[in-house]
Design a protein around this ligand. Structure first.
Ligand code: BGC
Ligand code: NOJ
Length: 807
């Protein structure tokens, strides 16, 4: 069952039924001001950091769900309704929510009154615009009231939800003309405030929640709205809000537009106040002036659209499979941008108060987005590498506002260091620019500790080389990519964090997955070293790679698949000898990508086992059989009910590894089959089962053992986005940036006979035509001439390069 449709011409998903199985959301913002917006107008905004600088309030486990957002109430002769259906839930005569790239448009109508609400964060400014247009489509004059309202968060989202003995006292606002300023804590140590402004003079306002709603009322039956009035309340403590009210008369056919603006301002310390207790509003006025008319708003909206059109023109495919095209061209790239901005911090599942930017996560996110923003990626790489320690180990996360490693979570995830090599090598392949290796980058953000970035990569590899276990395989530490495989944790205490506890440091538990990573990225680093003339060092690294490869062949192979790990007692994890968890997906993907045991047919066999044992209707499950009981020696993986999360769901993030691995061994049909199984556009028709957004990947889809088999959770902030983008563009289409040029090595399934791809690579446009005749042979013509090999040597030229590849 569908709840909307893809409008590919506009790059939009159009939700036509507000009763979606879960809130279907969108993101706005690029550089500092970010917002989440659901199809019912729910969500919230923050500046840079969803924990430390939350602007509006949202209650995650609220009842009912998804209440709290930017609410516009229309009271039309006693019928009260909202353009996004919530909070009042009045049945609308028509409703559309168009989620586009960095914006949403709500188009609703009730009793002949049409409302169009355009919401976005402009490219250059720290604000969210909500432009609301009402049109009277009846033959009668309408006298309505309109209330717009948002609720402020007291900045620190954790304190805001916990420290009520203080919170109920500190809320402060100022109201000035048509603007309500939120200035809690500004009189002491903060130098920032927010405002909710309108470009038209209001007929009343409220800034105190209890007054606006009525103490025992809710967003559904707000007193002010029901009584068509405002109380001009000035919040003092309790819950500050911002509400504007308008009395509007609309003649038949008449239309009126009001621009609402939610803004954020920082003042230098010496310019904080105009006079005692009065905030300096100069910067706010400047920001308000920039969007004080429909013309200015539409101009900014156009700029946003143009930015996206330009960005997406970097990679564009037209094949005979429109679902594949729309994912690659629009939604998958868009999701990569969101994961680039948010890492795993703020979604409808990540509260924004727990995690900041993950070392591992953000490195991987770059793989999907690097081709679009190489400059920003370089900055990001530096921020990430700066939380690494000199021995190569790393903090696991950093807060985006401070860019400091998060000491509460600490480090010890032994896969982390290697992801830096993945990100940097991809950067060099995309840009051809090796100078990044010289970028002075500190360790643990310590001033004076800066070393060229290449030393960080050396430290990364060295950490693995110096941390091996009894089988010569890398030690796992707290966990590897699978945060829940906690082999030194041994937790008995309820509530103890599996991610930080280590009650039995065995110094023994090893990861075959990290072995696969080491081989793959070790070879990559050796290539980089060779390319910059460090042949001896390159050879040394290859020798280390060989050792780990041999150890994996010897101790990491179970006969039909790769073993997952050795636990604290050197027992196998992910082996046929185990009762549960006999096979895990991660090493099958990574060790095959790293070509470990290729001559022995390991990859092919492993992938056959993946197909036979792990594949369900919605993709590849993370492990099988699911753990029935809690295993103290395995940790969080066995804590989840069967079929959920790391205990046997389709953990979508690692499915693209199987796609890529299948292309590595030449299983093109199977690669595409796995790709399609959990690709959201292919699941649109079963949205009532899948439940999350049909335009966005989710982290997990409940596995066969789960009660809700097929139900997805944790949409948006998942490494699935970047890895799938990588798999679709670099493995299936086979358009791979390489050190010396662009490699074209397609692995298309039979059902895609033809694909035309436009790819801008290092400033040169390549028009690539792939004809898939399934011949098993390969021929490439560049500007009409047959060339040898699969790489088009890079040349900086002014004209387009035309490429035809016949396979
Ligand atoms: C989740 C993992 C996640 C980890 C760290 C666990 O509870 O299952 O998917 O990576 O927390 O936040
Ligand atoms: C989600 C985390 O963000 C990611 O870092 C981790 O690799 C996966 N969960 C698997 O546990």
């Amino acid at each position: 069952m569908k709840f909307g449709f893809f409008d590919d011409a506009k790059n939009e998903y159009v939700i036509t039924d507000y009763n979606t199985p879960l809130p279907w959301i969108n993101y706005y913002g690029q550089d500092g001001f970010f917002s989440l917006m659901s199809n019912t107008c729910g969500g919230y905004s923050f500046y840079k950091d969803a924990k430390l600088r939350r602007i509006t309030r949202f209650r995650y486990n609220n009842v009912p769900r998804d209440y709290g957002g930017r609410y516009y109430y229309i009271n039309d002769n006693g019928t009260i309704w909202n353009p996004g259906f919530l909070p009042v839930k009045t049945k609308l005569d028509s409703y559309k929510c168009r989620h586009g790239l960095g914006y949403s448009i709500f188009e609703s109508e009730k009793n002949g009154l049409k409302c169009e609400l355009l919401c976005f964060v402009p490219l250059k400014d720290l604000c969210e615009i909500n432009q609301l247009t009402l049109t009277n489509n009846t033959k009668e004059t309408k006298n309505i009231t309109l209330h717009g309202v948002i609720e402020w968060c007291l900045w620190n989202a954790v304190d805001d939800q916990t420290n009520f003995q203080r919170n109920w006292n500190i809320g402060e606002v100022e109201v000035d003309d048509t603007t309500i300023y939120h200035k809690t804590e500004y009189r002491e140590r903060r130098n920032h405030y927010a405002f909710f402004h309108t470009n038209v003079k209001h007929d009343g306002f409220d800034s105190d929640l209890d007054t606006f709603l009525g103490l025992y009322n809710s967003w559904v039956d707000a007193t002010a709205v029901q009584n068509k009035k405002s109380f001009n309340s000035i919040a003092s403590g309790w819950a500050p809000i911002a509400s504007h009210m308008f009395n509007i008369t609309l003649k038949p056919g008449e239309e009126k537009t009001i621009v609402f603006q939610l803004g954020y301002v920082e003042n230098p310390d010496e310019e904080k106040f105009e006079k005692l207790h009065v905030i300096n509003k100069k910067r706010a006025y400047e920001l308000q002036e920039k969007y004080d008319s429909k013309e200015k708003v539409m101009k900014a909206f156009k700029e946003l659209n143009n930015k996206w059109t330009n960005l997406l023109s970097t990679l564009h495919v037209k094949s005979d499979n429109d679902k594949f095209d729309r994912m690659v061209n629009i939604w998958n790239q868009y999701q990569c941008m969101v994961t680039f901005n948010m890492s795993r911090s703020a979604s409808y599942y990540e509260s924004g108060t727990g995690r900041g930017m993950g070392f591992r996560d953000s490195c991987q996110d770059l793989l999907g987005f690097l081709h679009l923003i190489p400059e920003k990626s370089r900055e990001r790489i530096k921020d990430i590498a700066s939380i690494q320690f000199e021995d190569g180990s790393t903090y696991h996360q950093y807060q985006p506002l401070t860019k400091r490693g998060n000491a509460d979570i600490g480090g010890g995830f032994n896969d982390d260091p290697l992801w830096l090599i993945a990100a940097v090598s991809q950067y060099i392949k995309e840009t051809g620019d090796y100078t990044i290796l010289n970028d002075p980058t500190p360790f643990n953000n310590k001033e004076g500790s800066e070393k060229p970035l290449i030393d960080h990569l050396r430290a990364s590899l060295n950490f693995i080389i110096t941390h091996k276990g009894p089988h010569g395989l890398p030690l796992i530490g707290r966990a590897d990519w699978n945060d829940c495989l906690n082999l030194n944790c041994f937790s008995k205490t309820p509530g103890e964090s599996f991610q930080t506890a280590s009650n039995f440091e065995s110094g023994k538990a090893e990861s075959v997955f990290i072995a696969g990573m080491f081989v793959l990225y070790g070879k990559e680093f050796a290539t980089i070293l060779k390319n910059i003339g460090l042949d001896q060092e390159s050879a040394n690294i290859l020798k280390e790679v060989k050792d780990v490869e041999e150890a994996t062949i010897r101790y990491g192979w179970d006969g039909n698949w790769f073993i997952r790990a050795y636990d604290a007692f050197s027992n196998k994890v992910g082996s046929k000898e185990c009762e549960d968890g006999q096979i895990f997906v991660e090493p099958q993907g990574f060790c095959t990508m790293a070509r470990i045991g290729e001559d022995l047919g390991f990859g092919k066999k492993a992938l056959d086992s993946v197909e036979k044992i792990l594949t369900n209707d919605y993709g590849v499950e993370i492990l099988h059989p699911c753990y029935k009981e809690y295993h103290i020696e395995l940790g969080e993986v066995s804590s989840y009910p069967m079929g959920y999360k790391e205990n046997g769901s389709v953990f979508c993030h690692n499915n693209p590894w199987i796609v890529i691995a299948n292309t590595v061994v030449g299983n093109n049909e199977r690669a595409f089959d796995v790709y399609k199984r959990n690709c959201p556009a292919y699941l649109e028709e079963v949205s009532e089962i899948h439940k999350t957004e049909p335009y966005i990947y989710s982290q997990t889809i409940a596995g066969r053992n789960a009660k809700n088999y097929g139900e997805a959770k944790n949409s948006w902030l998942t490494g699935t986005a970047s890895w799938t983008m990588y798999a679709a563009s670099q493995a299936i289409l086979g358009i791979k940036p390489d050190y010396d040029g662009l490699m074209i090595d397609p692995h298309l399934p039979k059902e895609i006979k033809h694909a035309s791809v436009e790819r801008i690579f290092r400033g040169v446009k390549y028009n690539i035509t792939i004809n898939n005749n399934a011949t098993g042979t390969y021929q490439m013509l560049v500007d009409g001439k047959v060339i040898n090999g699969k790489v088009i040597p890079f040349e900086k030229i002014q004209k387009d390069v035309n490429v035809v590849v016949n396979i």
